[in-house]
Design a binder for this molecule. Sequence first.
Ligand code: ZN
Ligand code: ZN
Length: 270
Amino acid sequence: MAPLVDQAGYWGERTSTVDWCEKNYVESYYVAEMWNTVSNLVMMLQALYGIYDVFRNDFEKKFIIAYTFLFVVGMGSWAFHMTLLYEMQLFDELPMVWGTCFSLYLLCDIKSPKSLSKPGLVAGLLLSISFTLIYLYNPLPVLHNTAFAILAISSYVLQICMIRQTRCRLCATLYALSFACYLFGFALWNVDKFYCDNLTSFRESIPGWISPTTQLHAWWHCFAGHGTYLSVLLTIHLHYDFHPRRDQSRLKISYCGFNVHWTQDGGKSK
Ligand SMILES: [Zn+2]
Ligand SMILES: [Zn+2]
């Protein structure tokens, strides 16, 4: 197998502030990081399935926006890893922060009185705009990572407080699955980032057809995408725990969060 080295490609010189472990333009002249690019399909397809679920189960339409953010992050990440251009990096990173702000708003909105719904939305919007301006003037990766981590941790903390109140076992399971997915994905993200040399030499020592499975940043996309999908499902379930439907049907989730539907089982799923 030929040594893995960066090659020149269609999108020209890299202008993004970060480059990942996957060598550039090795698989295709048109795609800088092939596996880091196509792995975003997992995120995008799950987001589309989530939107279909909102219509099928007649959930509140605000959840479509949450899934749309997931879809846009997948699209942005696709564009970023395909081109390694700074503009596309922003297309990936900014929606991550906006989407997490929106998730926080959704969680706060579940419990707060109706009169606070619009101010909450405005606060989320202001937070997103402020971060965007600060990041555009200081494009430091650490700034984005810190802001995203604070928002993601806040939303996990808020979820756990609400689950303690509802004592819903399904929500607790979804929470554990979502958190585990995210944490595992994040561990892979770190190994890819800090042990790239070791990973690259290992990749050169194994048959070419297995080597894509060692692209840990691509796996991060899959695990973080599924973790986020589960987190939206959890938010939907929490919403209906606090605001049950009039017909008393309950929201049941099966297959590790891949399937969601209403059931009239008198609360056995709780
Ligand atoms: Zn990525
Ligand atoms: Zn629940």
